[in-house]
Every structure is written in structure tokens, then in C-alpha cells.
Write a protein that binds this ligand. Structure first.
Ligand SMILES: Nc1nc2c(c(=O)[nH]1)N[C@H]1C(S)=C(S)[C@@H](COP(=O)(O)O)O[C@H]1N2
Ligand SMILES: [Mo]
Length: 420
């Protein structure tokens, strides 16, 4: 309990309430609070600085003291085709990723699109092909939903024993936003899909004309044509002015700068679903259309790159998510997976959204192996990377949802236990 000068303005009753709040945190946390308190100086609450502050502004910016940023990966030979940037998961709170820190993956750069001239065409196996302007779409009844978006190449570094240096580089190709738009089903119904219509092909307006096939059943379910992200229009990097948002499915099918939806009787077999985004198995065959992002979780704090300041109590926190629904349970191990205990889930726990978990850890100051393990509402539990390799072999790039272990050394340094 911090030893502070009794405040003269506070009566005894309210002081007792204040004290009991500290004590209700538990003896362990009180010790941690004592350890981190600064010396109280009676004159330190004088108004500082005395000069007036900055005026109001038309569009906000973060404090100049804050430095969290995306980690940019750019191939030198093909800078645009191979470009991605990763969310600093370690430096975000709660479940919403600020739009400015949402990860990016572009195959032919970010096109600059004038919303007044952009349209969405729906055609193919429909009775009534239609062209929608962005304004027309915004006039329709809208929905807002919180969903994660994860590239299936996320965590690919962890297939091999050369795991990433930190959580951002290893796992930063996942983010979570509130998306606003119209259900694709509403538009497809308006166009009257013919009985043979079994798939759609969604195409972007970027120079590479990124396109992917999606079964009509999913298209008629929860897929959105989104124009909003976290209360404002999509960022150009996220597909301004329109993108497809395909909840729970691999990032690649969430076509940005969406310009065309064609209804087909079979998948189009585009580049992105044949030569790329298929999973080569040990027997030489490849899995195709592995759409779902399976349950996964990650301790974001502490994580590799952190340094703990001695034994004591720490809050372990992180994110869990599943493309098949809501997270049912997250468990924590501190002994490399020999024993597991349930973490607390922050409510509301939303389906196909990042879920924040927390767990108080009393570190005894000795070497420890920390990890989290998620189970979703279907009963599926996140596997170890070893288990994934047993089944999928070592040719895999995509869909690594293996358990991430962090090693805490007795000197307080935290590293990726996959790095050997
Ligand atoms: N038109 C278009 N859509 C696209 C892409 C692209 O390059 N062009 N990249 C895809 C991939 S691989 C991913 S992981 C997601 C990334 O979305 P984000 O950049 O908004 O995070 O967009 C997908 N949609
Ligand atoms: Mo991706």
C-alpha cells in the first residue's frame, strides 16, 4: 500500500474506502504497487505547465511521446509485390487495433481511388446485373461488426527453428476493427442469383487485379461490403473506398478496393488460389481453399524483447481469436506446457474477433517458459507447432496457429523459445 501523506481534503470515510480498494487487489499486487510508486511530494500537484496548451484541432493525432509503429517488410527486388507491414501487438490495448496500426498486405501497392468515380459491379450468373456507386451503397441499411483480419501467412516464421525475434515480427499480420458496410447477401439478392450460382469471384481495382473465389454459401452468410473502419471511412491501405470483409477467413479473400463480384458455377482458379495460398502437404499434394483461420492465441505482454525487473507479480496479457466463432477458453502455462491454468477473458467475447485475456503471474525469478493456448466454441484447441509439423510437414507457409512459447531467463530477458 503506497504510503502517502493523508490528504486534508479527504474525510476519514472516503479514505477508508480508498484504502480498502487497494487492499482488495490482493496482498501480492499491493507489494507490486509499493515497488513501482514514485515519491510523493506535497507540492507536486501544483498546476504545471503554467502556459496555455495547444488549441483545438480538426483531425487528431497521438501524443508526440508515443512511438508504437508498424514493422515494414519490403522485398528489395519486388518492393511492391512483397510488401507487408505488421501490427505492434505488444503495444496495443483492448481488442481494437487503431486504424493507423492495422497490418497491411498489398500485392501491387495501394491504389489511390476517387470514391466519386469508383463502382462495384455484380454480374455473371444473375438475372439482374447491377452497378453500385459508393454513395448508393451508403444509402442502404448498414451493419457494424467487430472482426479480426489475419493473413494466412501470419506466424510463418514459426514453422522453422529460426522463429521471429518478437511478437510483432512473428505474429503482427493480425488486427481487429469495427467494420461498417452492407451485407453482400443483400446485394446478391437484389441481383437474383441463378440456381447454378455456386461461387463468387471478387476482384480488386489495384493494378494486379487481386481476385479470389468464395463459395456462395459464405457470400450469403456474413460477408460484408465494407466502407467504414473504426468509425471513419476505410484507410486507403485497408481498401478505400470499398473492401470485402469475410469474417474468420484468411486475409487473402478479403479483397480490397473491391470493384467486381462475378457469380460463377465453380471457382475461378485464380493465381492466388492455385500457385499461392495453397498448402503443400508431405505427400506432394496440396490443400486448396483452406479458408478458415483456426483458433490461436498469443501472450503479447510480456513477450520477446521485454525485460522483467525482478521477481514479483506481473500481469500476463494477450489476444485470442478463432475464425470459427467465439473463444471459449484461454489457458496459460509457465512451465513449458506441463500444467495449464485458465486466464480471465475480457468481456464482451465476440465471435471472430480478437479477445483480450489476462492472468496474474507471480514470478519466482527463475527460468520460465510462458505460453497461452486457446479453445474455441467448437471445442477445438490450439495445437503445438510440433503437432502441426507432424501432420502438415515442413513445406507449409500458411496457417500456422501453433502455440507460441516465450522463454523468461532468470536475468529477466524474454526471448522466443522457438529460436534455437
Ligand atoms: N485488392 C487486393 N486485395 C487484397 C490484397 C491485395 O494485394 N489486393 N491482399 C490480400 C491479403 S494477402 C491480405 S492478408 C489482406 C490484408 O488486408 P489489410 O492490408 O487491410 O490488412 O488483404 C487481401 N486483399
Ligand atoms: Mo495475406
Amino acid at each position: 500500500m503506497p504510503r502517502m501523506e493523508p490528504s486534508r481534503s479527504r474525510d476519514d470515510a472516503s479514505r477508508r474506502r480508498f484504502l480498502s480498494r487497494f487492499f482488495s487487489l490482493g496482498a501480492a499486487w499491493s507489494a507490486a504497487l509499493v515497488a513501482c510508486r514514485s515519491k510523493y511530494r506535497p507540492d507536486s500537484d501544483a498546476l504545471e505547465p503554467r502556459a496555455l496548451g495547444a488549441p483545438v484541432s480538426e483531425y487528431g493525432a497521438r501524443s508526440t511521446f508515443e512511438k508504437a509503429k508498424r514493422f515494414v517488410q519490403q522485398d528489395r527486388q519486388v518492393p511492391l509485390e512483397e510488401s507487408a507491414s505488421q501490427t505492434p501487438l505488444h503495444d496495443t490495448f483492448g481488442i481494437i487495433t487503431p486504424s493507423s496500426l492495422h497490418f497491411e498486405r498489398h500485392h501491387s501497392g495501394v491504389p489511390q481511388i476517387d470514391p466519386a468515380r469508383h463502382t462495384l459491379t455484380i454480374h455473371g450468373l444473375v438475372d439482374r446485373p447491377l452497378v453500385f456507386t459508393v454513395d448508393e451503397l451508403k444509402r442502404l441499411p448498414s451493419v457494424s461488426r467487430i472482426y479480426f483480419l489475419e493473413c494466412s501467412g501470419n506466424s510463418r516464421s514459426e514453422w522453422r527453428s529460426s522463429g521471429a525475434t518478437d511478437a510483432q515480427r512473428g505474429h503482427g499480420l493480425t488486427s481487429c476493427s469495427e467494420w461498417t458496410g452492407v451485407p453482400l447477401s443483400m446485394l446478391l439478392k437484389e441481383c437474383a442469383v441463378k440456381p447454378e450460382g455456386a461461387w463468387i469471384l471478387a476482384e480488386g481495382a489495384d493494378p494486379g487485379r487481386h481476385d479470389r473465389s468464395i463459395p456462395i454459401v459464405k457470400a450469403m452468410d456474413d460477408v460484408m461490403v465494407a466502407y467504414g473502419q473504426n468509425g471513419e471511412p476505410l484507410r486507403p491501405e485497408q481498401g478505400y473506398p470499398l473492401r470485402l470483409l469475410v469474417p474468420g477467413w484468411e486475409g487473402n479473400v478479403n479483397v480490397k478496393w473491391l470493384r467486381r463480384v462475378k457469380v460463377l458455377d465453380r471457382p475461378a482458379m485464380s493465381r492466388e488460389e492455385t500457385s499461392k495460398y495453397t498448402d503443400l502437404m508431405p505427400d506432394g499434394t496440396a490443400r486448396q481453399f483452406t479458408f478458415y483461420m483456426e483458433a490461436k492465441s498469443l501472450i503479447t505482454r510480456p513477450s520477446a524483447g521485454d525485460r522483467l525487473r525482478g521477481a514479483g507479480v506481473y500481469e500476463l496479457t494477450g489476444l485470442a481469436w478463432s475464425g470459427r466463432g467465439a473463444i471459449a477458453r484461454v489457458e496459460i502455462t509457465i512451465d513449458g506446457g506441463q500444467s495449464w491454468t485458465a486466464a480471465e477473458l475480457q468481456t464482451p467475447v465476440l465471435p471472430k474477433a480478437h479477445t483480450r485475456f489476462r492472468w496474474s503471474w507471480k514470478w519466482d525469478g527463475r527460468d520460465a517458459l510462458l505460453a497461452s493456448r486457446a479453445t474455441d466454441e467448437t471445442g477445438y484447441t490450439q495445437p503445438t507447432v510440433q503437432r502441426l509439423v507432424e501432420i502438415r510437414g515442413v513445406n507449409s507457409n500458411y496457417h500456422n496457429n501453433g502455440i507460441q512459447m516465450w522463454k523468461v531467463d532468470s536475468n529477466g530477458t524474454v526471448t522466443n523459445a522457438n529460436r534455437t
